[in-house]
Design a protein around this ligand. Structure first.
Ligand SMILES: Nc1nc2c(ncn2[C@@H]2O[C@H](COP(=O)(O)OP(=O)(O)OP(=O)(O)O)[C@@H](O)[C@H]2O)c(=O)[nH]1
Ligand SMILES: [Mg+2]
Length: 406
């Protein structure tokens, strides 16, 4: 047995099982708010202390754990984990025990089991074995049921089978029955004394569950949160993948390669963002690997299609450019030909003119020569000789000769 002056307790359990009411019973005063219906009441971590026979008892109350399969269970679990993390951090000395609150008269349902198993994962695999104490509320109902049967609570515990048996074993049979409705201080003190005795006889011998222990359970918590989130992430991711594939399908059917590039690029980026989210959510657990592989294969598909489309676009552009170049070349060739023709015509014109000029000059020279000879002949005025000469000159001048001597 180990008796420490202070006793620090953390209340945990499914919502509505009576954690806050139990906290009030332990502190022997009404400090925590309790609920009258099934909706959870405790939304944040709260603590109070009481002095019981010189022992300072601190009780930390926190939000209860709900059924994760229900809508919003994922956020509710996040809230519980955050709250419990806060409860641990804000009590640096640590806790002597977790008070796992269960309710008498309620079938130990799957929901209850999940709640317990999730709590165990939050604190770490062997945390209940070392630090767990069960408090069964609704002790008043038990008294009613047991009345006249002679059955004690211990007897009842021994008779239990199945999951509740497992839980009891897990907590090394540390269980106390609490009636939270009693106003009788003696009853209150008796049940509290019993609880303190269980705490004093824990095998941990006064050791506390601290932040260090909580940190060690980090991986388990990560997995638990992911387990709860996985179906939601899967659904969301697959919806997005389906939308991406639908768009890709319509794009593949489009013949206009140029107009496809941008939407394909956008789709690829959208898929890459999705892949990133899945990888982040996986938190290196490998749980979302299959999902990530699916998104990755879509990425590869998109990437291939984009590469092909880009290559086609490039080739199309090259052909277009080639055509333009050809057309330009045609235009240029035509221009050159025209230029050449023009030059040719001009050269021919020039040559023609030159020839004509030369002809003219030649004709002029011939005419002058003729004139000169005519003068000479005329001056010598010898008959017959003139005719002879005139008959020897060119034809055009023969007419002139004819006229002159005719
Ligand atoms: N009859 C009877 N009712 C109890 C007992 N303990 C708790 N209750 C009732 O059970 C209901 C839920 O109790 P709470 O203490 O609010 O439960 P909780 O676990 O703190 O719930 P959350 O804060 O929502 O997680 C309240 O109406 C309590 O009065 C008990 O021993 N006997
Ligand atoms: Mg409460």
């Amino acid at each position: 047995m180990h008796q420490s002056k202070d006793i620090d307790l953390l209340l945990i359990g499914k919502t509505g099982n009576g954690k806050s009411a139990t906290g009030n019973s332990i502190l022997m005063r009404k400090v925590f708010k309790t609920s009258g219906n099934m909706t959870s009441v405790t939304k944040k971590v709260d603590f109070e202390v009481s002095d019981f026979n010189g022992r300072i008892i601190k009780v930390v109350d926190a939000p209860g754990i709900c059924d994760n399969s229900k809508e919003g269970g994922e956020e509710a679990l996040d809230l519980v984990v955050t709250s419990l993390k806060y409860a641990i951090v804000s009590n640096p000395k640590g806790f002597h025990a977790f008070i796992i609150v269960i309710k008498y008269g309620q079938r130990f349902s799957g929901e209850e089991q999940t709640a317990i198993s999730n709590l165990k994962k939050i604190f770490g695999g062997d945390s209940f074995k070392q630090y767990g104490i069960l408090i069964m509320t609704n002790g008043d109902s038990f008294e009613d049921d047991a009345e006249g049967t002679g059955q004690t609570f211990r007897d009842w515990c021994r008779e239990q089978q199945g999951e509740i048996r497992t839980l009891l074993q897990e907590c090394d049979d540390r269980i106390v029955l609490f009636n939270n409705t009693t106003k009788d201080k003696t009853v209150m003190a008796k049940q509290l004394a019993e609880l303190i005795s269980v705490v004093d006889n824990m095998p941990t011998r006064g050791a506390r569950y601290t932040d260090q222990n909580f940190k060690r359970a980090k991986e388990e918590r990560k997995r638990l949160i992911l387990d709860t989130k996985t179906p939601v992430i899967e659904q969301k991711t697959l919806n997005e993948v389906s939308l991406i594939l639908q768009k890709l399908d319509t794009l593949i059917d489009t013949n206009d390669t140029v107009s496809k590039v941008e939407p394909l690029q956008e789709l690829l980026e959208r898929d890459q963002r999705l892949l990133n989210t899945v990888i982040i959510e996986d938190k290196k657990t490998g749980k979302l690997k299959k999902l990530a592989d699916t998104v990755k294969s879509v990425e590869e598909n998109l990437s291939d299609e984009l590469k092909l489309t880009k290559a086609w676009t490039k080739r199309m552009e090259e052909i277009k450019r080639e055509n333009e170049r050809l057309r330009e070349r045609d235009d240029q060739a035509k221009k050159l030909e025209e230029e050449r023709l023009k030059l040719d015509i001009e050269a021919r014109e020039l040559a023609l003119r030159k020839e004509m000029d030369e002809n003219r000059r030649r004709q002029q020279a011939a005419s002058e020569e003729l004139e000169k000879k005519y003068r000479e002949i005329k001056d010598s005025s010898e008959d017959g000789a003139v005719t002879k000469i005139v008959m020897g000159v060119t034809k055009p001048f023969r007419a002139f000769g004819d006229w002159l001597f005719g």
